[in-house]
Write a protein that binds this ligand. Structure first.
Ligand SMILES: Nc1ncnc2c1ncn2[C@@H]1O[C@H](COP(=O)(O)OP(=O)(O)OP(=O)(O)O)[C@@H](O)[C@H]1O
Length: 247
C-alpha cells in the first residue's frame, strides 16, 4: 500500500502559484530526492504535503487527524537553529514522549554520531551539530515516512554522506524518505528516485540515471555538468552555469 498520495496538490499566494497540480505516489522502500533550483517549490511541497500550508487538491497525509499524521510522518524543516538549552538526549527523546531510555533514542543518537554530545545543551552546539541533533530527533520518531528539507546543508562531507546513507538504509528497510537537497551528486548516489520541481511543477520524475541528463540540467538548473558513472551509479559534477544569453 502506498505511504503517500498527492493528488493535484496546489498552493496559491496572492497571484503566485508556488505549487501547481502536483501528483505523486510514494511507495514503501523509496528514497526520493526532491531537487530543483531555489524557489522551485520544494519546501512548499513538503509543507503542503504535511498540511502546514493551505492547499487545494489532496494530500493523503494532510487528510489524517493530527495524531495519526505524527505517527505516519516525521518532518525536518529547513530552519534548524535550536533555541532551548535542553540536553541533546532530552531533545531527541521528545520524539518518544520524553523517554530517554527508549531504544529509538539511543539508536538515533548513535546513528547521527551524537553519543559523545548527548549530555551537552543542544543550543550550545555548532550549527552542523545542531542539524544532526534534529535529524536524530526525526529519526527517533520511527515513522514509516520521513520528510526532510535540506537536512545535509551545513554538514561536513563525512556527515553528509552518513546522513544520505541513513536515508538509503531506511528505504532499504521498507520505510520511505523524501529529502529536498541541492547536492546533485549525493542525490544521484543515494536516492532511488528523483523528483524535479521547477516553477512549482514536477518536470521530471524517475531514476537518477533517467532524470539527470545534460539537457535537463541545462534547462532546469542552468548548469553544464560532467556526467559519469562510478560503481553503477550516475555521477554529476557541476562545471559551469549556462551563459545568460544561451538560456
Ligand atoms: N512565506 C512566504 N510568503 C510568500 N512567498 C513565499 C513564502 N515562502 C516561499 N515563498 C515563495 O514561494 C516560492 C517557492 O518557495 P520554496 O521555499 O517552496 O522554494 P524552494 O524550492 O524550497 O527553494 P530553496 O531551494 O531556495 O529553499 C518562491 O517563489 C518563494 O519566493
Amino acid at each position: 500500500m502506498s505511504v503517500l498520495v498527492l493528488d493535484h496538490l496546489s498552493v496559491s499566494r496572492g497571484t503566485q502559484r508556488p505549487l501547481a497540480e502536483v501528483c505523486l505516489t510514494v511507495e514503501p522502500g523509496e528514497c526520493i530526492g526532491l531537487i530543483g533550483p531555489n524557489g522551485a517549490g520544494k519546501s512548499t511541497l513538503l509543507r503542503a504535503t504535511l498540511g502546514l500550508v493551505a492547499a487545494t487538491g489532496r494530500s493523503s497525509l494532510a487528510a489524517l487527524p493530527a495524531a495519526a499524521r505524527a505517527r505516519t510522518a516525521a518532518f525536518l524543516p529547513q530552519g534548524r537553529e535550536i533555541a532551548w538549552p535542553l540536553p541533546v538526549i532530552d531533545l531527541v527523546a521528545l520524539a518518544q514522549g520524553g523517554r530517554r531510555t527508549a531504544p529509538e533514542v539511543g539508536a538515533a543518537l548513535a546513528r547521527m554520531d551524537l553519543a559523545a554530545l548527548a549530555q551537552r545543551p543542544a543550543s550550545a552546539l555548532s550549527g552542523g551539530e545542531q542539524a544532526r541533533v534534529l535529524i536524530a530527533r526525526a529519526l527517533a520518531q520511527n515513522t514509516p515516512l520521513l520528510l526532510a528539507d535540506e537536512p545535509i546543508a551545513g554538514l561536513d562531507p563525512a556527515h553528509q554522506i552518513a546522513c544520505m546513507q541513513l536515508f538509503a538504509d531506511l528505504a532499504a528497510n521498507g520505510r520511505s524518505v523524501i529529502v529536498a537537497l541541492h547536492d546533485l551528486a549525493l542525490a544521484a548516489r543515494f536516492c532511488t528516485r528523483l523528483v524535479v520541481l521547477a516553477g512549482g511543477r514536477i518536470v521530471a520524475d524517475g531514476t537518477p540515471r533517467a532524470v539527470l541528463t545534460a539537457a535537463l540540467l541545462e534547462e532546469v538548473f542552468a548548469i553544464r555538468c560532467h556526467l559519469d558513472e562510478i560503481e553503477g551509479a550516475p555521477v554529476v559534477f557541476p562545471l559551469a552555469p549556462v551563459p545568460r544569453g544561451e538560456r
